[in-house]
Design a protein around this ligand. Structure first.
Ligand SMILES: [Fe+2]
Length: 264
């Protein structure tokens, strides 16, 4: 006998930036592995009824096989299936192979009841900014059309729109307008979640809710002209996807993750 769930919960974790060895990847930064482990500990203690975890890119700072292996070892403690995406710091092929070998999803699509979750590749090799290839846009449209009764959540590393921070907005999706047009054409697309900006973000673009996620490592200062860190805790996003298409979401800040080397 099956029971129909009224809502599904997706937890988004982003931008762990694991280095070649555990430890700080830059002067003044906390240890990437320790920060991620503290976030995973928090999720294990407060699992939010998660049905799926999305890990939205910049998985590794140094994209090498042992680094991705360490990452999947950390994430193995999460209490639900995982779908990961690559970011601009990643080696996408290596990340995909490691995640798939560990039994996780990578990009692709996943159905949760009345919801379809589509993970898109936005990596533009050699660039920090992103680009969604025409074939990815076609895959998105095809996936939505093959699921005519489903609401849609799209996950991508780079933000499709500017977020009001000059330096980050230069490093967003170079063809974000094309992605936004593709999303707006499909009224069942309810939300697009992304990483890359290391901060919370929540705005509407037409009927699509654009949601940014904190990093597990360090946070970028919102609305900054130039690169600056914000001395706040790491966090993650919890999304409740309802059968009527509503999305409820909140950010969880994780105690004990505020970088000690930054001014309060
Ligand atoms: Fe990024």
């Amino acid at each position: 006998m099956t029971t129909e769930q009224d809502s599904f919960t997706v937890v988004q974790v982003s931008d762990p930036h694991l280095g070649r060895q555990p430890g700080p990847i830059r002067d003044g930064y906390p240890d990437s592995d320790a920060q991620l482990a503290t976030v995973v500990d928090d999720i294990v203690r407060h699992p939010h009824g998660a049905d799926l975890f999305l890990v939205t890119g910049d998985l590794a700072e140094d994209p090498e096989p042992p680094v991705y292996q360490r990452l999947t070892d950390h994430l193995a403690r999460l209490p639900a299936p995982i779908v990961a995406l690559a970011g601009n710091h990643d080696d996408r092929g290596l990340a995909r192979d490691t995640f798939v070998s560990a039994g996780h999803g990578f990009e692709g699509e996943r159905v949760l009841g009345d919801w379809l979750v589509v993970g898109l590749d936005s990596c533009w090799p050699g660039h920090t900014a992103g680009w969604v290839r025409p074939a990815e846009l076609e895959r998105l449209t095809d996936s939505i059309e093959r699921h005519p009764g489903h609401w849609v959540l799209v996950a991508v590393h780079h933000p499709p729109a500017t977020v009001g921070s000059r330096w980050l907005d230069r490093l967003a999706l170079t063809n974000g307008d094309e992605l936004l047009t593709a999303l707006a054409r499909q009224p069942r697309v309810r939300t697009c979640v992304f990483g890359h900006i290391h901060q919370g973000y929540d705005a509407m673009h037409g009927s699509v809710r654009l949601l940014g996620c904190p990093s597990t490592l360090v946070q970028f200062l919102p609305e900054a002209e130039d690169f600056a860190l914000e001395p706040v805790e790491s966090g993650y996003r919890v999304l409740h996807l309802h059968r009527d298409g509503r999305v409820e979401t909140e950010l969880r800040r994780v105690p004990g993750t505020r970088p000690a080397g930054l001014p309060a």
